[in-house]
Design a protein around this ligand. Structure first.
Ligand code: BES
Ligand code: ZN
Length: 880
């Protein structure tokens, strides 16, 4: 079948499987080119399915070796097998067993789905539908089975043999060359959570006792010689396990928990039951090879995958349309964990930045889809910011709307009621309907309706009456396939800010709930607050209480007042960002930079006061304030006929002017925040580094000569990767020989550290200069790069595709380059190719010239013969 003719899979067509598989016994003989898989399945008719239905097992590029039913070889007339399926047209009308043998070539598996080799290590990735690349199976999440897995390998090649569950036997085979291990996982699970690992690996471990008293052996496995970099991951694991016990009452449920780091991995990490497999980028850390940001992501992703043990594994998804049931909820859980471990406002700001840059842009373009999609051709293309990040926002709103107590009881009920099942969003929401007594029918629209709602707010103060009237109105723009939009339930957390702080919220409106939350569930709403002796400034959407765009009728002066006076940190940050955004949008549209000078003075004055005052109490927050909205943020705000060069010029001009006006305090920070003593990844010192380095970035634009000296000194004296990278990033903003020299020295220093060189590749791919495309092409030929490794591709090629001005070059060469790589990469690894093609998701907002060029590049991809379903689906939807 041609990829573009792949069938559409629809939520409304769901029906239970006709067959169930109670147990799976696998016997796997690991070999680089000829791995033999023997599978014994215990099948029975599903009482919920159709009786007498054929048995159709899924496969993907499989070759059947042998097949036996109830231990008797099956006659060829009784089944048909293709690489994609194994069909028994008339299976017995009762429980029976099947023995199936397949042979695999892990070394040739470049798709990194199913069983493959990464730097000589055998590993698997089965979500969403990779298990069918190992053996014929009912590869759907509502078929849950108990697995026993025997692994056998040459001991010297694979001294470590791991699978899901607990180890029940192991030993050497006669002759002493080969050995085996048998693992049993007592928890029924869908095939996508299956995993094995075999190879030469070092590990570190730690005993752990759960709150319920279960003794667990925790271990982190890494490439030989890298055990010294596994400590932070293990430490994070212990902390998130305690947190889940304390906050969600969730205990771990096996005797071992293993984490394995591999260097070739399509995604970030995978929550296989008891055997999480990670991209090594999200495990390995020491001060000289991991940045503060890496420490933060490792902690978050270790937690995320661990939290899936309950939200995803114990309770899994009925079908892939319910993906947000596990992903959105687990992202919410990992965000809460990180907020508790570090600064809550800073975490919220950084999450909202990500949401806006990835999800809002997706929602505004051709790939927009609901948090629960209704149809897909390729499920791997639906692991999106909408499912993940917006999915997490929906849970956050649910918590605000039902209240902390009903939310907590709703979660408890969900864990109790749905444990061991493959559940749906409806079953999840039912738990909160019961504990809160609220009707959540209308709220559930968040799962069905795509697009980012806009809330327009305006207010009026009546001095004589001492009252303030607030009007809120919502609308959602049309998205592909969803022209008409209905109002959604938007919790707007708010405050009224007076001269000396928050004013009391007195209103008889039923829309005002406890804790200062107004529920906007109609197209519009009027609300009157009384007892106000001064004109208030409204602080709306505190803590970003809903994933919407907010349009305020506040002037810049009022916003800057909120920046200093709001009791909500998020909105202090937001107020400043809004003033900067407005100025940049105006200048980015008109191309007229002269107005910016005046704004720059206002913004700089506000920042000067901030830096002289409260900033030092929370440097991590101050770093977020100093970081202006990105040029891509401004492009998205403009939304149509965008000229990336004009946006970039405006962004440069404003950054430069602010940097120049603040040269003194920013330089002072360089000295003041200099750290003494050994590196620590803790939030405190990391925050200080963040502020100091953010300031260095502004200086690099405003005072290149001075900043170049500062950056080179920073590089020379740094005892950690964070400062070295900050120096490198600052230097990339200052063209010249010193920059090239530093780039060269960095590469020499880290020649044997691919993960660090990824950052070096990306820093160069992001240089906003005309020479960058040639630089990237040259780097593709360097030993630091390989098209076969997803991390390398994401760093260099993905980095370039995020370079606003260079990907969007006016001559279209950036589009042609990415399109060419996508088609080439597609032959080896469709998933990575398809994600790369996602760079075009905002092409429709460009000015006509670039729009035409981007469209041609997309058409070129779409017209390529032999495309994968992954790439063909993205290309077709992007063009539709
Ligand atoms: N279940 C996913 C991994 C996955 C994603 C498998 C897509 C198959 C297809 C895992 O839990 C996950 O969400 N990983 C994220 C990182 C996480 C912190 C959001 C990833 O890999 O990017
Ligand atoms: Zn996940």
């Amino acid at each position: 079948m041609r990829a573009e003719d792949a069938p559409m899979i629809r939520l409304e067509d769901y029906r239970p499987s006709d067959w169930l598989i109670d147990t799976v016994d696998l016997d796997i003989l690991l070999d680089a080119n000829r791995t033999r898989v023997r599978s014994l399945l215990k099948l029975r008719p599903n009482p919920q399915g159709r009786q007498g239905a054929p048995l159709v097992l899924d496969g993907d590029e499989l070759a059947l070796g042998s097949i036996a039913l109830d231990d008797v070889p099956l006659a060829p007339t009784l089944y048909t097998s293709t690489p994609q399926s194994l069909t028994l047209p008339s299976p017995p009308d009762r429980a029976f067993s099947l023995r199936i043998e397949t042979e695999l070539n892990p070394a040739a598996n470049t798709k990194l789905m199913g069983l493959y080799r990464s730097s000589g290590v055998y590993c698997t990735q089965c979500e969403a539908d990779g298990f069918r690349r190992i053996t014929y199976f009912l590869d759907r999440p509502d078929v849950m089975s108990v697995y026993t897995v025997r692994l056998e390998a040459v001991k010297a090649e694979a001294p470590v043999l791991l699978a899901n569950g607990n180890l029940v036997a192991s030993g050497e085979l006669p002759g002493g060359e080969r050995h085996f291990a048998v693992w049993h996982d007592p928890h029924p699970k869908p095939a996508y959570l299956f995993a094995i690992v075999g190879g030469r690996l070092d590990h570190i471990r730690q005993p752990y006792v759960t709150a319920e008293g279960r003794k667990v052996e925790l271990a982190v496995y890494v490439e030989p010689g890298k055990a010294g970099r596994a400590g932070w991951a293990l430490d994070s694991l212990v902390r998130c396990m305690r947190w889940d016990e304390r906050v969600f009452g969730r205990n771990y449920d096996l005797d071992v928990f293993n984490v394995v780091a591999v260097s070739d991995f399509n995604m970030g990490a995978m929550e296989n039951k008891g055997l999480n497999i990670f991209n090594d980028k999200y495990v390995l850390a020491d001060p000289l090879t991991a940045s503060d940001g890496d420490y933060i992501s490792i902690e978050a992703i270790i937690a995320h995958e661990y939290f899936h043990n309950w939200t995803g594994n114990r309770i899994t998804c009925r079908d892939w349309f319910q993906l947000c049931l596990k992903e959105g909820l687990t992202v919410f859980r990992d965000q809460e964990f990180s907020s508790d471990e570090r600064s809550r406002p800073v975490k919220r700001i950084s999450d909202v930045r990500t949401l806006r840059s990835t999800q809002f842009s997706e929602d505004a373009g051709p790939l927009a889809h609901p948090v629960r999609p209704r149809a897909y051709k390729e499920i791997n293309n639906f692991y999106t910011p909408t499912v993940y990040e917006k999915g997490a926002e929906v849970i956050r709103m649910l918590k605000v709307l039902t209240g902390d107590d009903a939310f907590a009881r709703g979660m408890d009920l969900y864990f109790e009621r749905c444990d061991g099942t493959a559940a749906t969003i409806e079953e999840f929401l039912d738990c909160f309907i019961e504990t809160s007594g609220q009707d959540l029918t209308h709220f559930a629209r968040w799962y069905e309706q795509a697009g980012t709602p806009t809330v327009v707010a305006s207010g009026h103060y009546d001095a004589a009456a001492g009252s303030y009237t607030l009007e809120l109105a919502q609308s959602t723009p049309p998205t592909p396939g969803q022209e008409e939009k209905a109002p959604v339930v938007i919790p707007v957390a708010l405050g009224l800010v007076g001269k000396t702080g928050d004013l009391p919220l007195n209103s008889i409106s039923p829309a005002l709930k406890a804790g200062g939350v107004v529920v906007l569930d109609q197209p519009s709403l009027n609300l009157t607050f009384t007892g106000l002796s001064e004109a208030p400034t409204p602080s709306l959407l505190r803590g970003f209480s809903a994933p919407v765009r907010l349009e305020l009728d506040l002037g810049d002066a009022e916003l800057l007042r909120l920046f200093t006076a709001d009791s909500d940190s998020f909105n202090r940050w937001q107020a400043f960002q809004t003033v900067a955004t407005r100025a940049l949008v105006r200048a980015g549209k008109s191309g007229n930079l002269s107005e910016l000078a005046e704004k720059a003075r206002e913004l700089a004055a506000a920042l000067a006061d901030f830096l002289a005052g409260p900033a030092m109490a929370d440097p991590a927050f101050a770093a977020q304030v100093l970081r202006l909205p990105s040029a891509a943020d401004i492009a998205r705000e403009i939304g149509k006929d965008v000229d990336p060069d004009a946006v970039f010029a405006a962004h440069r001009a404003l950054s430069r002017a602010i940097g120049a006006a603040l040269a003194e305090p920013l330089s002072a920070l360089q000295v003041q925040l200099r750290q003494h003593g050994p590196y620590s990844p803790a939030a405190g010192p990391a925050g200080q580094r963040a502020l100091r380095n953010e300031a260095l970035g502004l200086l690099a634009l405003a005072l290149p000569v001075e900043a170049s000296a500062l950056a080179q000194a920073r590089y020379a004296e740094a005892d950690n990767l964070t400062d070295r990278l900050a120096a490198l990033a600052a230097m990339t903003l200052i063209p010249g020989e010193a920059r090239e020299a530093l780039i060269g020295r960095f590469a020499e220093l880290y020649a044997d550290e691919p993960l660090v060189l990824d950052k070096w590749l990306m820093a160069q791919a992001l240089i906003p200069e005309a020479g960058t495309l040639d630089r990237v092409k040259a780097l593709m030929a360097s030993p630091a790069f390989s098209l076969g490794n997803p991390n390398r591709v994401r760093a260099l090629i993905g980095g370039f595709s995020a370079n606003l001005t260079q990907f969007n070059r006016a001559d279209g060469a950036g589009y042609g380059f990415i399109a060419g790589i996508v088609t080439e990469l597609d032959r080896a690894n469709p998933q990575v190719a398809s994600r790369l093609l996602g760079a075009f998701k905002t092409w429709r907002m460009l000015e006509p010239g670039r729009r035409d060029l981007a469209r041609s590049a997309l058409r070129m991809v779409a017209a390529t013969p032999g495309l994968s379903r992954d790439v063909s689906d993205i290309a077709a939807r992007s063009l539709a």
